[in-house]
Design a protein around this ligand. Structure first.
Ligand SMILES: [Zn+2]
Length: 401
């Protein structure tokens, strides 16, 4: 079974290339998925130097001029990119027979969003309140995404693993966030919808009355901000129709055309550079991120909320990666089975080997077995620099079990 371990360039820099590869080779994984283009974060990194790592927005390689020349959005360049850490990893992994995948965060960048607020999501009140969220309908964002995919592919990676190549959620709009208003899941969903000019035009092209949808969103979210009780229950199409009306649901569903067409363009660009696209669906991460206890709705059934049309993408992209952030092996199996129905292509399940999802080696082994039995072609583990060594030591047993 194919497998990989997610790693950060900072991990490799802090511990040393050969030392990291020695250790990862010992885990028995088939490859590394390295963050080639990443975003801001502040992480406790238990076995690295420093012990707390502050990450920035941008790429870990010099952006090829021919790809970004004339584009409005150009990725920020990470410190140390001029040392070409990805090229060194490419050589060293090839020598060891390991694959190297290029993990790429596409549409989340506080740096780009703060400098270019008009390319970010605009909510139903007209606010540019999510500076980290670049809107996938925006033409400048789309050109940026295609160039970024091509640039990472050109690093010689076996695949470009696309994170955040879809609409985001309200909760991922920035950092150090505060909200002392109780919002239900449906309120949060409505608050996160983008109504920028490009989104409105695309919805209108599909026959959706975007202005009615926007007014309904503003009326409902505005009411909750004014003191109305929040919505109860999870987001489903039926519940959302009852809560916000059919036009809002039509508007939300029309977003999948934006994402599908963008993924198609990025995938073609990546293929043209001799690599392949792995599309990551973040739905499972949003559901189980905090505690590994996702609500009952399966991720594959809810990914439309990010503008992801799994059936359309199943035809388009050669590989689908799904984040299965759950404690329960049965839940892992159920999620993988539901995704398997939507694609006949490669299906990769991403698991967290430690907290909050996994409390023992036996549980990790059970989840790997469950993913495999449910039809996953590969398992990937997240992430080297974030997990203590004893947690990572669970991986070889889980892969061979
Ligand atoms: Zn938009």
């Amino acid at each position: 079974m194919d497998s990989s371990l997610y790693v950060y360039v900072e991990d490799v820099r802090g511990e040393g290339l050969e030392a990291v590869l020695d250790r990862i080779t010992g885990y028995g994984v088939a490859g590394l998925t390295v963050a080639a283009a990443y975003r801001r974060a502040r992480d406790v990194t238990p076995h690295s130097r420093p012990r707390v790592t502050v990450r920035g927005d941008g790429v870990h390689f010099p952006p090829p001029e021919d790809l970004f020349d004339g584009l409005r959005l150009v990725p920020p360049v990470q410190a140390g990119a001029e040392e070409e850490p990805l090229a060194a990893l490419r050589l060293a992994t090839a020598e060891r027979g390991l694959k190297l995948h290029g993990w790429t965060v596409f549409l989340e960048s506080t740096t780009l969003g703060m400098a270019n607020p008009d390319v970010t999501v605009r909510n139903c009140f007209g606010d540019r309140g999510s500076p980290a969220e670049l809107c996938p309908s925006n033409p400048d964002v789309r050109r940026y995404a295609v160039a970024l995919g091509r640039a990472v592919a050109r690093q010689g990676v076996d695949s470009v693993v696309a994170e955040a190549l879809h609409f985001g959620t309200f909760g991922c709009g920035y950092q150090n966030e505060r909200c002392f208003v109780q919002l239900g899941p449906m309120d949060v969903f409505l608050f996160g919808l983008c109504f920028c000019d490009f989104c409105i035009r695309r919805a209108a092209d599909l026959g959706v009355n975007a202005e009615v949808a926007r007014e309904e969103c503003a009326r409902i979210v505005g009411g909750v901000l004014d003191g109305d009780p929040p919505a109860q229950g999870e987001v489903t199409r039926a519940a959302l129709t009852a809560y916000a009306g059919p036009e809002v649901v039509s508007y939300a569903r029309a977003r999948s055309e934006v994402v599908t067409s963008l993924v198609s363009e990025v995938s073609a660009a990546v293929t043209a550079e001799g690599s392949k696209l792995v599309f990551l669906d973040a739905t499972g991460a949003a559901k189980g991120y905090m505690d590994g206890l996702p609500p009952s709705g399966l991720s594959a059934h809810d990914s439309w909320q990010l503008g992801v049309d799994l059936v359309a993408l199943g035809d388009l992209v050669p590989s689908l990666g799904v984040l299965v952030y759950a404690r329960d092996a049965e839940r892992v199996a159920d999620d993988v089975v539901a995704y398997r129905r939507s694609t006949g292509k490669e299906l990769r399940a991403v698991l967290r080997p430690g907290m909050p999802d996994t409390d023992s080696a036996e549980r990790l082994a059970a989840k790997v077995r469950a993913a495999r039995a449910a039809g996953a072609d590969a398992v990937d583990f997240y992430a080297y620099g974030l997990m203590p060594y004893p947690i990572l030591d669970r991986i070889p047993g889980a892969l061979s079990g």
